[in-house]
Design a protein around this ligand. Structure first.
Ligand SMILES: *Cc1c(COP(=O)(O)O)cnc(C)c1O
Length: 222
């Protein structure tokens, strides 16, 4: 199937209100162009340099989401082009992104990465950490970032019950922040969960943004 065909069938099966981020990391520009021509505007990248190269080459109305682990020395080039960063995994990084966005006179949306999966990535806040570290003082000290929601990944397993439970845990962190420290922040509304193999389970648990690569572009050569 073609990229356009894959996108079309994915869009047909997505409920209304769920935003699709086309994860284009490691794929060549040619495939991004095919997706763009099929109407896709939001792309997800996980490396700063690759993001910069692709952003320079794609049409200006392309929207870039950064989804990979972000090191502090890469904050500047990412803030320069991304409209959303999904992978805020420490308060230090949150402050660094805020400072850089402020310096560059940009506003940027960020998601707090929540870690619930059994193994896998070591990145992200545990539910207890985010409750403890995201204080009202911290939230009101931010000037150029908008905390727009949370992002999380389920355990990498075939056990669908485990996957559903992980998504439910991420969802409950989202709900408790929304009703707690971020309750007067209406922009806090994005629940980014679900990838190629597990997005239907994520959507069933309330995800309103999915990040899909392989189903659209095929396997990555890395
Ligand atoms: C690579 C990646 C995806 C997409 O994964 P697929 O299995 O190709 O859909 C989604 N989210 C994050 C954080 C990723 O790194």
């Amino acid at each position: 199937m073609s990229v356009a065909g894959n996108l079309l069938s994915l869009r047909r099966s997505l409920p209304q209100g769920v935003t699709l981020v086309a994860v284009s990391k490691f794929h060549p520009l040619e495939l991004l162009c095919q997706a763009y021509d099929a109407g896709q505007r939001i792309f997800g990248e996980s490396r700063a340099q690759e993001l910069a190269l692709k952003a320079a080459a794609m049409p200006p109305d392309t929207e870039w989401h950064f989804i990979g682990h972000l090191q502090s020395n890469k904050v500047r080039p990412v803030v320069a082009v991304a409209s959303m960063i999904h992978s805020i995994d420490s308060i230090r990084l949150l402050r660094a992104v805020d400072a850089e966005a402020c310096r560059a006179s940009r506003r940027i949306k960020v998601l707090l990465q929540i870690h619930v999966a059994r193994e896998e990535t070591k990145f992200g806040f545990t539910p207890a950490e985010i409750e403890r570290e995201l204080t009202p003082e911290l939230v009101s000290s931010l000037s150029a970032v908008e905390i727009a929601g949370v992002m999380g990944m389920a355990s990498n397993t075939d056990d669908t019950e485990r996957i559903s439970r992980d998504f439910a845990s991420i969802r409950s962190v989202f709900d408790s922040l929304r009703l707690g420290v971020l309750n007067d922040h209406p922009e806090f509304k994005v629940l980014s969960m679900g990838m190629s193999h597990d997005w239907p389970l994520a959507v069933a648990r309330g995800s309103n943004m999915i990040r899909v690569g392989t189903t659209i572009f095929g396997e990555r050569n890395i």
